[in-house]
Design a binder for this molecule. Structure first.
Ligand code: KIV
Length: 286
């Protein structure tokens, strides 16, 4: 990594700028987005990194876990998000099955996210230094993801806090060092005790980005639907809702439905007139 500390707020977020966040001692802000309008919204709000997470499977596609989403489905959304971004760094999550076989197949899928989707980096779950090296050798920066890795839900026996106890904690620190040495430019830490996340953050030079990992990480990430209160079925402890858009949306739609049923929508102002004819709207409302 360069000794030079880059500018605090560049016009375009790059991988090296993200990687140097610990040197600048500023906190990275990452949010997920899954379509064009969400991408525009999170970018306009000043988010540094936009992740098209495989959480897509749950919050957008309605599955119970992230396992079933495919590369083609992810790509569809990565492309839409790409069209909504100018400044933020776009990271595509590699879904379950896309990097669990032969490394050359994983590299090919990673290339699709860059070439077809316009992603600037990919994220992969788990301690996979060889894969990080292989994808890196194809010029694709890798964001790693340790702790609770939702693609391992069956092995872990559920969505549970990871890294509790001395041995598990030692293993996580070692895994973080391992993925850093393999060339990952950043590391998502999900659902680990805050003290352990602080230990990992101190142990590596790349930025840690926490979700349910306490305040010591170099950045934080939340899922769009959680942050805005759109996903109301599950509320993990680490989610802080900054709005209740699920409720607001329901109220707005219910108000519109009531207006449709009462005839209050649409009004004359919301309808077109044809001044050259004795107008039906004038007869109806006039
Ligand atoms: O899929 C996702 O949204 C993620 C974030 C929670 C980090 O992996």
């Amino acid at each position: 990594m360069s000794e030079r500390v880059m500018e605090a707020s560049p016009t375009k977020i790059t991988v090296p700028w993200v990687a140097e966040a610990p040197l600048r001692q500023d906190r990275l802000v990452m949010a997920t987005a899954y379509d064009f309008s969400q991408a525009r919204q999170v970018e306009a709000a000043g988010v540094d990194i936009v992740l098209v997470g495989d959480s897509l499977a749950m919050v957008v596609l309605g599955h119970d876990d992230t396992l079933s989403v495919t590369v083609d489905e992810m790509l569809h959304h990565v492309k839409a998000v790409r069209r909504g971004l100018q400044r933020a760094l776009l990271v595509a999550d590699m879904p379950f099955g896309s990097f669990h076989g032969r490394p050359e197949d994983a590299v090919r899928e990673a290339i699709r996210f860059v070439k077809e989707g316009g992603a600037q980096a990919v994220k992969i779950e788990g301690r996979r230094p060889e894969l990080i090296r292989a994808i890196g050798a194809a010029e694709i920066p890798v964001m790693a993801h340790l702790g609770l890795t939702p693609q391992s839900v069956h092995r872990l026996g559920g969505f549970k806090v990871q890294g509790r106890g001395d041995e598990a904690a030692r293993e996580l620190v070692a895994a973080a060092r391992d993925i850093e040495a393999a060339g990952a430019f950043s590391l998502v830490l999900e659902c680990v005790p805050a003290a352990l996340a602080a230990e990992v953050t101190a142990a590596v030079n790349i930025p840690t980005i926490g979700i349910g990992a306490g305040p010591a990480c170099n950045g934080q990430v939340l899922v769009y639907h959680d942050l805005l209160g759109i996903e109301e079925r599950i509320a993990p402890r680490f989610v802080r809702r900054y709005a209740e858009l699920g409720l607001l949306g329901r109220q707005a739609i219910a108000a519109w439905a009531a207006d449709v049923r009462s005839g209050a929508f649409p009004s004359t102002e919301e309808s077109y007139a044809d001044p050259s004819r004795s107008d039906l709207v004038d007869r109806l409302y006039g």
